[in-house]
Write a protein of this length. Structure first.
Length: 57
């Protein structure tokens, strides 16, 4: 079993931001990011993956 001082549940954009912020503010603490998926699609990238990049209106 892993031990941590800060546990973040969820690895989407907000979870990653929370873990990075915790690490920045508490560098001596152990931060654990727990997520179900191995790869997570960050929502801000969806328009680039699914959208039409043409210049047509």
């Amino acid at each position: 079993m892993k031990k941590a001082d800060v546990v973040v549940i969820g690895g989407s954009a907000a979870g990653v931001t929370a873990a990075v912020t915790a690490r920045r503010h508490y560098p001596c603490k152990r931060v654990l990011l727990a997520r179900r998926e191995q790869q997570v699609l960050i929502p801000c990238g969806i328009p680039y993956i699914c959208g039409d990049n043409s210049s047509e209106g």
